[in-house]
Design a protein around this ligand. Structure first.
Ligand code: UD1
Ligand code: CA
Length: 468
């Protein structure tokens, strides 16, 4: 098998996006566009991956700093041909095939690249192509380069939209901007691409005509699902690509046994995983690398971001979970909010209007109503009554509240941190706890109850005399 290197073109400004941000950082299904061609390459064992950056180079490098890729800067964006000239400088001596992808074509799949490799490297071919490309038949061809073929059907060149004659503009086969080129041909000929055209740019597709004129063979793979080679140049196209990517992710989950009641109104990012027999209701947003277990129910309008939920758990309507972890058989919501750093252990319950932040809630513990738990460590089997507040902030810094196993916190309690409630202790309703509570004790700070009989009736009588 020939070795493979890849060049991804990502230096352009993306003028048509009308954005301060480089185009390839705009998000499709939760991830910057450039993430997708890079993940396709991971499955293809490319020996080297060179990303051409230019506009917003520092931002793009920083966003992909953890990837095993080489960045090359094209300081002036003089066209796709010039971008490749810049990239191949680092490929001198490479023997094999060079795959060229665009950072703005995120819907491309590994299967298509494999098919392109097959037509390029086909063992039974008498003459192997110097260059193979992907084309697509589109209804709306605006902005794409048109593929011109000769009377035998062979590709002879690509003409950019702006350079098309009226007749060429009618051609509905377009260049997808995805090429596989033998290193020998690319390294030897990229320097021949010039900028004599309507935009004064070095057009990479001119390499096709150069190949044909030098007697080299050019192959074209015409894609049957043109949406895959759909390039993103503006925000209308961005929204369209986002929808297609989300649909793909949802369909993959459904085929793996997840019920998604209305995929059209469910927003699932490309990296989300969910287990068998989980049911996802409409209006749910699953964001980032979120993982949902098996047999879970995620009710309507829930948002779960960068979090994991264990098997057999229910997340009830309108709950928001961010950067947190829930175990098995937990119940959260409706209207609950887990802020970053919350850990809800197995069988625990977090009810309506409960906010949890940087807090561990132990196995089987419950905070069912109207509560704030921040910077806390809560043991197993603890009951937190309605309206409990951990007062974690003293105006200067945050402090920890610790509630040990089996403790009972009565309703309307304030726990002024740092404070500890010992194992099995009782906190009476309405208590303000400011000192540690020993295990198995009762603490209350309630003022004694006073009943004044007949007081209300006397007050009403006085009022009537004054004529109220
Ligand atoms: C390009 C093709 C067109 C094809 C279409 C498919 C050219 C001249 N035209 O047009 O035939 O139908 O893609 O989507 O190649 N880039 C650089 N440096 C530059 C210019 C561009 O890195 O100097 C990058 C861009 O960031 C982008 C990619 O190359 O990721 C394509 O550039 P773009 O300007 O979007 O080309 P199109 O007009 O879409
Ligand atoms: Ca483009």
């Amino acid at each position: 098998m020939k070795e493979l290197a890849a060049i991804i073109l990502a230096a352009g400004k993306g003028t048509r996006m009308k954005s301060k941000m480089p185009k390839v950082l705009h998000r499709v299904a939760g991830f910057p566009m450039l993430y997708y061609p890079l993940s396709v390459l991971k499955g293809l064992k490319a020996k080297r991956v060179i990303v051409v950056v230019g506009h917003g180079a520092e931002e793009v490098r920083a966003a992909f700093a953890d990837e095993k890729v080489e960045f090359v800067t094209q300081s002036e964006q003089l066209g796709t041909g010039h971008a490749v000239m810049t990239a191949v400088k680092g490929l001198a001596g490479f023997r094999g095939d060079i795959l060229i992808l665009s950072g703005d074509v995120p819907l491309i799949t590994k299967e298509t690249i494999k098919a392109l490799c097959a037509i390029h490297r086909g063992a039974s071919l008498k003459k192997r192509p110097a260059l193979s490309m992907v084309t697509a038949l589109l209804e709306d061809t605006k902005g794409y380069g048109r593929v011109v073929r000769d009377e035998h059907g062979a590709v002879v060149r690509v003409v950019e939209d702006r350079d098309c004659s009226p007749l060429q503009r009618e051609i509905n086969e377009v260049n997808a901007g995805i090429y596989l080129v033998s290193s020998k041909f690319l390294l030897g000929n990229i320097g021949r691409v010039n900028n004599r055209n309507a935009q004064g740019e070095y057009y990479l597709p001119d390499l096709i005509e150069i190949a044909v004129k030098s007697g080299e063979k050019v192959s074209a793979l015409t894609h049957l699902y043109p949406e895959e080679v759909f390039g993103i140049n503006n925000r209308v196209e961005l929204a369209r690509a986002d929808k297609i990517m989300r649909k793909r992710t949802a369909e993959a989950l459904m085929l793996n046994g997840v019920t998604i009641i209305d995929p059209d109104s469910t927003y699932i990012d490309a990296q989300v995983k969910a287990g068998m027999d989980t049911v996802i209701y409409p209006g749910v947003h699953l964001i980032g690398p979120t993982v949902i277990g098996e047999d879970c129910v995620i009710e309507e309008n829930v948002r779960i971001e960068d979090s994991s939920i264990g098997d057999n758990s229910t997340i009830k309507s309108h709950s928001i979970i961010e950067d947190s972890e829930a175990g098995k058989e937990v119940s959260i919501g409706p209207f609950a909010r887990l802020r970053p750093g919350s850990v809800i252990r197995d069988r625990a319950r977090i009810g309506n209007f409960v906010e949890v932040k940087k807090t561990v809630v132990g196995k089987g513990s419950k905070a069912n109503h109207l509560t704030y738990l921040g910077d806390s460590v809560i043991g197993e089997g603890v009951n937190i009554g309605a309206g409990t507040i951990t007062c974690n902030y003293d105006g200067f810094s945050k402090h920890t509240t610790t509630i040990e196993d089996g403790a009972f916190i009565g309703s309307d309690t304030q726990l002024v941190a740092p404070v500890r409630v010992g194992k099995g202790a009782y906190v009476g309703s309405g208590t303000t706890v400011t000192r540690d509570v020993p295990p198995d004790s009762l603490v209350t700070t309630r003022a004694e109850e006073r009943v004044i009989e007949g007081w209300a009736e006397r007050k009403r009588r006085k009022g009537r005399k004054k004529g109220h």
